[in-house]
Write a protein that binds this ligand. Structure first.
Ligand SMILES: *Cc1c(COP(=O)(O)O)cnc(C)c1O
Length: 377
Protein backbone atom coordinates (compact mmCIF):
# COMPACT_ATOMS: atom_id res chain seq x y z
CA UNK A 1 0.00 0.00 0.00
CA UNK A 2 1.23 3.53 -0.72
CA UNK A 3 1.01 6.31 1.87
CA UNK A 4 -1.79 7.95 -0.20
CA UNK A 5 -3.95 4.84 0.24
CA UNK A 6 -3.83 4.64 4.06
CA UNK A 7 -7.03 5.31 5.93
CA UNK A 8 -6.65 8.57 7.91
CA UNK A 9 -5.77 9.69 10.48
CA UNK A 10 -2.64 7.55 10.53
CA UNK A 11 0.88 7.91 11.95
CA UNK A 12 3.40 6.58 9.45
CA UNK A 13 6.88 5.55 10.64
CA UNK A 14 9.54 6.21 7.99
CA UNK A 15 12.01 3.32 8.34
CA UNK A 16 14.47 4.82 5.86
CA UNK A 17 14.88 7.94 8.01
CA UNK A 18 14.87 5.88 11.21
CA UNK A 19 17.78 3.80 9.91
CA UNK A 20 19.62 6.94 8.82
CA UNK A 21 19.33 8.33 12.36
CA UNK A 22 20.34 5.02 13.92
CA UNK A 23 23.46 4.78 11.72
CA UNK A 24 24.59 8.20 12.98
CA UNK A 25 24.07 7.13 16.59
CA UNK A 26 25.78 3.80 16.02
CA UNK A 27 28.84 5.64 14.70
CA UNK A 28 29.01 7.79 17.84
CA UNK A 29 29.00 4.59 19.91
CA UNK A 30 31.73 3.07 17.72
CA UNK A 31 33.90 6.22 17.67
CA UNK A 32 33.80 6.82 21.42
CA UNK A 33 32.85 3.58 23.17
CA UNK A 34 29.86 5.29 24.80
CA UNK A 35 26.49 3.58 25.09
CA UNK A 36 23.34 5.11 23.61
CA UNK A 37 19.89 4.16 24.92
CA UNK A 38 16.46 4.88 23.45
CA UNK A 39 14.45 7.13 25.82
CA UNK A 40 11.11 5.40 25.34
CA UNK A 41 9.06 8.34 26.56
CA UNK A 42 9.65 10.03 23.18
CA UNK A 43 9.11 6.98 20.98
CA UNK A 44 7.68 3.69 22.21
CA UNK A 45 6.97 2.14 18.80
CA UNK A 46 8.04 -1.30 19.94
CA UNK A 47 7.49 -2.81 16.50
CA UNK A 48 10.79 -1.11 15.63
CA UNK A 49 12.67 -2.13 18.81
CA UNK A 50 14.35 -5.17 17.19
CA UNK A 51 15.65 -2.85 14.44
CA UNK A 52 16.73 -0.14 16.92
CA UNK A 53 18.49 -2.78 19.02
CA UNK A 54 20.68 -3.68 16.03
CA UNK A 55 22.22 -0.19 16.14
CA UNK A 56 22.30 1.04 19.77
CA UNK A 57 22.84 -0.44 23.23
CA UNK A 58 19.37 -0.50 24.79
CA UNK A 59 16.49 1.38 26.35
CA UNK A 60 15.76 3.74 29.21
CA UNK A 61 12.46 4.18 31.00
CA UNK A 62 10.55 6.70 33.11
CA UNK A 63 8.99 4.01 35.27
CA UNK A 64 7.80 0.41 35.44
CA UNK A 65 5.65 0.24 32.31
CA UNK A 66 8.30 1.62 29.97
CA UNK A 67 10.95 -0.53 31.66
CA UNK A 68 8.83 -3.64 31.04
CA UNK A 69 8.29 -2.66 27.42
CA UNK A 70 12.02 -2.16 26.86
CA UNK A 71 12.82 -5.51 28.49
CA UNK A 72 10.13 -7.41 26.60
CA UNK A 73 10.58 -5.89 23.17
CA UNK A 74 14.28 -4.98 22.93
CA UNK A 75 15.83 -7.03 25.71
CA UNK A 76 19.14 -5.18 25.80
CA UNK A 77 20.61 -2.88 28.45
CA UNK A 78 17.66 -1.38 30.35
CA UNK A 79 17.80 1.69 32.62
CA UNK A 80 15.21 3.61 34.63
CA UNK A 81 14.92 7.05 36.20
CA UNK A 82 11.87 8.42 38.02
CA UNK A 83 11.50 11.38 40.40
CA UNK A 84 10.12 8.86 42.94
CA UNK A 85 9.38 5.13 43.00
CA UNK A 86 6.71 3.03 44.71
CA UNK A 87 8.03 0.04 46.64
CA UNK A 88 6.01 -2.50 44.64
CA UNK A 89 7.44 -1.05 41.43
CA UNK A 90 11.03 -1.13 42.74
CA UNK A 91 10.67 -4.86 43.44
CA UNK A 92 9.81 -5.41 39.77
CA UNK A 93 12.27 -2.85 38.39
CA UNK A 94 15.33 -4.40 40.04
CA UNK A 95 14.57 -7.67 38.23
CA UNK A 96 14.50 -6.07 34.77
CA UNK A 97 16.79 -3.00 34.99
CA UNK A 98 20.57 -2.82 34.79
CA UNK A 99 20.73 0.74 36.13
CA UNK A 100 18.38 2.52 38.52
CA UNK A 101 18.73 6.26 39.00
CA UNK A 102 17.33 7.99 42.09
CA UNK A 103 16.31 11.63 42.30
CA UNK A 104 17.15 12.13 45.99
CA UNK A 105 19.13 10.67 48.86
CA UNK A 106 15.90 9.78 50.67
CA UNK A 107 14.82 7.58 47.73
CA UNK A 108 18.32 6.09 47.59
CA UNK A 109 18.29 5.16 51.28
CA UNK A 110 14.76 3.78 51.07
CA UNK A 111 15.51 1.42 48.20
CA UNK A 112 19.28 0.77 48.13
CA UNK A 113 18.90 -2.67 49.72
CA UNK A 114 16.64 -3.81 46.89
CA UNK A 115 19.35 -3.01 44.34
CA UNK A 116 21.77 -5.89 44.89
CA UNK A 117 22.06 -6.76 41.20
CA UNK A 118 21.29 -3.30 39.84
CA UNK A 119 23.80 -0.50 39.36
CA UNK A 120 22.66 2.59 41.28
CA UNK A 121 23.00 6.26 40.37
CA UNK A 122 21.93 9.68 41.61
CA UNK A 123 20.49 12.36 39.36
CA UNK A 124 22.28 15.66 39.85
CA UNK A 125 21.23 19.19 38.99
CA UNK A 126 24.28 21.04 37.67
CA UNK A 127 22.33 24.33 37.94
CA UNK A 128 23.36 25.38 34.46
CA UNK A 129 20.37 26.54 32.38
CA UNK A 130 21.15 26.47 28.69
CA UNK A 131 17.67 26.72 27.18
CA UNK A 132 16.18 30.16 26.93
CA UNK A 133 12.80 29.66 25.35
CA UNK A 134 11.44 26.35 26.75
CA UNK A 135 11.13 26.96 30.50
CA UNK A 136 8.81 23.98 31.02
CA UNK A 137 11.58 21.73 29.72
CA UNK A 138 14.33 23.22 31.91
CA UNK A 139 15.22 20.97 34.86
CA UNK A 140 17.79 23.56 35.97
CA UNK A 141 15.17 26.27 36.53
CA UNK A 142 15.10 27.71 40.05
CA UNK A 143 13.28 25.41 42.47
CA UNK A 144 13.37 22.44 40.08
CA UNK A 145 12.43 19.10 41.66
CA UNK A 146 14.71 17.22 39.26
CA UNK A 147 18.17 16.28 40.50
CA UNK A 148 20.27 16.97 43.60
CA UNK A 149 22.10 20.31 43.67
CA UNK A 150 25.72 20.45 44.79
CA UNK A 151 24.78 22.12 48.08
CA UNK A 152 22.58 19.15 49.04
CA UNK A 153 24.96 16.61 47.55
CA UNK A 154 27.81 17.85 49.77
CA UNK A 155 25.60 17.68 52.85
CA UNK A 156 24.31 14.18 52.18
CA UNK A 157 26.91 12.19 50.27
CA UNK A 158 29.24 10.16 52.48
CA UNK A 159 32.31 8.12 51.54
CA UNK A 160 30.53 4.84 52.41
CA UNK A 161 28.11 5.59 49.60
CA UNK A 162 30.80 4.82 47.03
CA UNK A 163 30.11 1.18 48.02
CA UNK A 164 26.66 1.32 46.48
CA UNK A 165 26.46 4.42 44.28
CA UNK A 166 28.13 3.70 40.91
CA UNK A 167 27.23 6.72 38.86
CA UNK A 168 25.77 10.17 38.34
CA UNK A 169 23.06 11.18 35.89
CA UNK A 170 22.13 14.60 34.57
CA UNK A 171 19.42 15.55 32.10
CA UNK A 172 19.21 19.26 31.36
CA UNK A 173 19.03 19.61 27.56
CA UNK A 174 16.08 19.74 25.16
CA UNK A 175 16.57 19.80 21.37
CA UNK A 176 20.06 21.24 21.88
CA UNK A 177 23.42 21.16 20.13
CA UNK A 178 26.77 19.97 21.50
CA UNK A 179 27.92 23.47 22.54
CA UNK A 180 25.26 23.44 25.27
CA UNK A 181 26.42 19.99 26.34
CA UNK A 182 30.01 21.28 26.57
CA UNK A 183 28.84 24.19 28.71
CA UNK A 184 26.83 21.85 30.95
CA UNK A 185 29.81 19.52 31.37
CA UNK A 186 31.92 22.44 32.55
CA UNK A 187 29.36 23.01 35.32
CA UNK A 188 29.20 19.28 36.10
CA UNK A 189 32.99 19.09 36.38
CA UNK A 190 33.32 22.23 38.43
CA UNK A 191 30.70 21.14 40.95
CA UNK A 192 30.79 17.33 40.91
CA UNK A 193 34.22 16.59 39.39
CA UNK A 194 35.80 15.49 42.68
CA UNK A 195 33.13 12.75 43.06
CA UNK A 196 33.45 11.51 39.48
CA UNK A 197 36.91 10.00 39.98
CA UNK A 198 35.40 7.31 42.20
CA UNK A 199 32.30 6.64 40.08
CA UNK A 200 31.94 3.97 37.39
CA UNK A 201 29.63 5.79 34.99
CA UNK A 202 28.16 9.14 34.02
CA UNK A 203 24.86 9.45 32.15
CA UNK A 204 24.47 12.61 30.00
CA UNK A 205 20.64 12.22 29.81
CA UNK A 206 18.71 13.17 26.67
CA UNK A 207 17.94 16.31 24.68
CA UNK A 208 20.94 15.88 22.37
CA UNK A 209 19.66 16.61 18.85
CA UNK A 210 22.43 14.44 17.40
CA UNK A 211 20.64 13.50 14.17
CA UNK A 212 19.75 17.08 13.20
CA UNK A 213 21.64 18.30 10.11
CA UNK A 214 23.54 21.10 11.91
CA UNK A 215 24.49 19.05 15.01
CA UNK A 216 28.19 19.18 15.90
CA UNK A 217 29.00 15.48 16.26
CA UNK A 218 32.73 16.19 16.48
CA UNK A 219 32.23 18.28 19.61
CA UNK A 220 29.88 15.66 21.12
CA UNK A 221 32.54 12.99 20.61
CA UNK A 222 35.21 15.25 22.15
CA UNK A 223 32.96 15.79 25.20
CA UNK A 224 32.35 12.06 25.61
CA UNK A 225 36.04 11.13 25.26
CA UNK A 226 37.11 13.89 27.64
CA UNK A 227 34.83 12.69 30.46
CA UNK A 228 35.53 9.04 29.74
CA UNK A 229 39.31 9.42 29.81
CA UNK A 230 39.75 12.03 32.53
CA UNK A 231 37.59 10.24 35.11
CA UNK A 232 37.76 6.67 33.72
CA UNK A 233 33.98 6.46 33.32
CA UNK A 234 31.53 4.57 31.13
CA UNK A 235 29.47 7.23 29.36
CA UNK A 236 25.77 6.84 28.60
CA UNK A 237 23.50 9.02 26.45
CA UNK A 238 19.75 8.55 26.38
CA UNK A 239 18.26 10.57 23.52
CA UNK A 240 14.60 10.21 22.65
CA UNK A 241 13.94 12.72 19.89
CA UNK A 242 17.22 12.10 18.07
CA UNK A 243 16.35 8.42 17.49
CA UNK A 244 13.21 9.09 15.46
CA UNK A 245 13.74 12.72 14.42
CA UNK A 246 11.90 13.41 11.15
CA UNK A 247 11.07 9.69 10.94
CA UNK A 248 7.30 9.89 10.88
CA UNK A 249 4.24 11.60 9.46
CA UNK A 250 0.65 12.10 10.47
CA UNK A 251 -1.60 11.62 7.46
CA UNK A 252 -4.92 13.48 7.64
CA UNK A 253 -7.89 14.31 5.41
CA UNK A 254 -9.78 17.60 4.98
CA UNK A 255 -13.36 17.06 6.22
CA UNK A 256 -14.72 20.57 5.61
CA UNK A 257 -13.67 24.12 4.78
CA UNK A 258 -15.16 26.85 6.99
CA UNK A 259 -14.97 30.44 5.77
CA UNK A 260 -15.54 32.90 8.60
CA UNK A 261 -13.16 35.80 7.88
CA UNK A 262 -10.47 33.14 8.09
CA UNK A 263 -10.56 30.06 5.88
CA UNK A 264 -10.26 27.04 8.17
CA UNK A 265 -9.65 23.45 7.12
CA UNK A 266 -11.39 20.98 9.43
CA UNK A 267 -9.13 17.91 9.60
CA UNK A 268 -9.63 14.39 10.94
CA UNK A 269 -6.44 14.92 12.97
CA UNK A 270 -6.30 17.10 16.08
CA UNK A 271 -3.61 19.06 17.90
CA UNK A 272 -5.27 18.39 21.27
CA UNK A 273 -5.68 14.64 20.69
CA UNK A 274 -2.95 13.58 18.29
CA UNK A 275 -0.18 16.22 18.49
CA UNK A 276 -0.43 17.50 22.09
CA UNK A 277 3.01 19.15 21.96
CA UNK A 278 1.68 21.57 19.36
CA UNK A 279 -0.40 23.13 22.14
CA UNK A 280 1.83 22.25 25.09
CA UNK A 281 5.26 23.32 23.87
CA UNK A 282 3.84 25.14 21.78
CA UNK A 283 5.06 24.91 18.17
CA UNK A 284 3.85 24.87 14.58
CA UNK A 285 4.48 21.43 13.08
CA UNK A 286 6.04 21.11 9.63
CA UNK A 287 3.56 20.19 6.87
CA UNK A 288 4.54 18.72 3.50
CA UNK A 289 4.25 21.05 0.44
CA UNK A 290 3.20 24.09 2.45
CA UNK A 291 4.51 27.56 3.23
CA UNK A 292 4.18 30.21 5.88
CA UNK A 293 0.85 32.16 5.85
CA UNK A 294 0.57 34.31 2.66
CA UNK A 295 3.81 32.88 1.29
CA UNK A 296 1.89 30.79 -1.27
CA UNK A 297 -1.35 31.65 -3.03
CA UNK A 298 -3.89 30.02 -0.68
CA UNK A 299 -3.66 30.47 3.10
CA UNK A 300 -5.67 28.41 5.60
CA UNK A 301 -5.91 27.87 9.33
CA UNK A 302 -5.62 24.15 10.08
CA UNK A 303 -7.91 22.84 12.79
CA UNK A 304 -9.80 19.75 13.83
CA UNK A 305 -13.28 18.34 14.37
CA UNK A 306 -13.02 18.45 18.19
CA UNK A 307 -15.17 21.00 20.04
CA UNK A 308 -12.15 22.81 21.52
CA UNK A 309 -12.02 26.29 19.98
CA UNK A 310 -8.28 26.41 20.56
CA UNK A 311 -7.59 23.12 18.80
CA UNK A 312 -5.63 24.99 16.14
CA UNK A 313 -2.56 23.47 14.55
CA UNK A 314 -1.37 26.61 12.79
CA UNK A 315 -1.70 28.76 9.67
CA UNK A 316 -0.22 27.46 6.39
CA UNK A 317 -0.27 28.39 2.71
CA UNK A 318 -0.45 26.24 -0.43
CA UNK A 319 -0.03 26.60 -4.19
CA UNK A 320 -3.48 25.06 -4.80
CA UNK A 321 -6.87 25.63 -3.28
CA UNK A 322 -7.74 22.94 -0.72
CA UNK A 323 -10.94 20.92 -0.99
CA UNK A 324 -12.85 18.35 1.02
CA UNK A 325 -11.15 14.91 0.82
CA UNK A 326 -7.70 16.37 0.08
CA UNK A 327 -4.97 14.77 2.15
CA UNK A 328 -2.25 16.52 4.16
CA UNK A 329 0.90 15.11 5.78
CA UNK A 330 2.31 16.59 8.98
CA UNK A 331 6.03 15.88 9.31
CA UNK A 332 8.31 14.94 12.21
CA UNK A 333 5.39 13.13 13.86
CA UNK A 334 7.09 9.98 15.18
CA UNK A 335 8.29 11.56 18.43
CA UNK A 336 6.14 12.66 21.38
CA UNK A 337 3.00 11.92 19.35
CA UNK A 338 1.86 8.29 19.71
CA UNK A 339 3.12 8.26 23.32
CA UNK A 340 1.03 11.31 24.23
CA UNK A 341 -2.18 11.00 22.26
CA UNK A 342 -5.63 10.65 23.82
CA UNK A 343 -9.30 10.13 22.97
CA UNK A 344 -10.64 13.48 24.21
CA UNK A 345 -14.04 14.22 22.61
CA UNK A 346 -14.24 10.54 21.65
CA UNK A 347 -12.01 11.29 18.67
CA UNK A 348 -10.55 8.03 17.29
CA UNK A 349 -6.83 7.36 17.73
CA UNK A 350 -4.83 7.38 14.47
CA UNK A 351 -3.73 4.01 13.12
CA UNK A 352 -0.01 3.26 13.13
CA UNK A 353 1.69 2.23 9.89
CA UNK A 354 5.29 1.66 8.84
CA UNK A 355 6.77 2.70 5.49
CA UNK A 356 9.74 0.65 4.29
CA UNK A 357 12.66 1.93 2.24
CA UNK A 358 10.78 1.45 -1.03
CA UNK A 359 7.85 3.56 0.21
CA UNK A 360 5.58 0.57 0.73
CA UNK A 361 3.28 1.02 3.76
CA UNK A 362 1.76 -1.51 6.12
CA UNK A 363 -0.69 -0.83 8.97
CA UNK A 364 0.71 -2.41 12.16
CA UNK A 365 -1.99 -1.25 14.57
CA UNK A 366 -5.49 0.12 14.21
CA UNK A 367 -7.76 1.46 16.93
CA UNK A 368 -11.49 1.37 17.42
CA UNK A 369 -14.35 2.30 19.71
CA UNK A 370 -13.11 -0.38 22.15
CA UNK A 371 -9.89 1.57 22.74
CA UNK A 372 -11.94 4.63 23.71
CA UNK A 373 -14.32 2.69 25.94
CA UNK A 374 -11.62 0.41 27.37
CA UNK A 375 -9.89 3.13 29.36
CA UNK A 376 -13.10 4.51 30.85
CA UNK A 377 -15.60 3.02 33.23
C1 LIG B 1 12.91 13.22 28.35
C2 LIG B 1 14.09 12.51 28.84
C3 LIG B 1 15.01 11.95 27.94
C4 LIG B 1 14.85 12.09 26.43
O1 LIG B 1 14.85 13.41 26.03
P1 LIG B 1 14.78 13.85 24.48
O2 LIG B 1 14.61 15.33 24.57
O3 LIG B 1 13.61 13.18 23.86
O4 LIG B 1 16.08 13.45 23.85
C5 LIG B 1 16.10 11.29 28.45
N1 LIG B 1 16.28 11.17 29.79
C6 LIG B 1 15.43 11.69 30.69
C7 LIG B 1 15.69 11.52 32.15
C8 LIG B 1 14.31 12.38 30.25
O5 LIG B 1 13.46 12.92 31.14
Amino acid sequence: MRIEELKTPCYVIDEKQLKKNLSILQKVEKDTGCKILLAQKAFSCFYEYPLIGQYISGTTASGLFEARLGKEEMGKENHVFAPAYKEEDVKELVKICDHMVFNSFSQLEKYKNFCKETSVGIRINPECSTQGDHAIYDPCAKGSRLGVTIAHFKEQFTDEMYDYVDGLHFHTLCEQNADDLAKTLEAVEEKFGSYLYKMKWLNFGGGHHITRADYDIGLLEKCILHMKEKYDLDIYLEPGEAIALNAGYLATTVMDVVDNDIQTLILDASAACHMPDVLEMPYRPPLRSSGMPEEKKYTYRLSSYTCLAGDIIGDYSFDEEKKVDDRLYFEDMAIYSMVKNNTFNGIPLPDIAVMDESGECKVIRSFSYEDFKGRLS
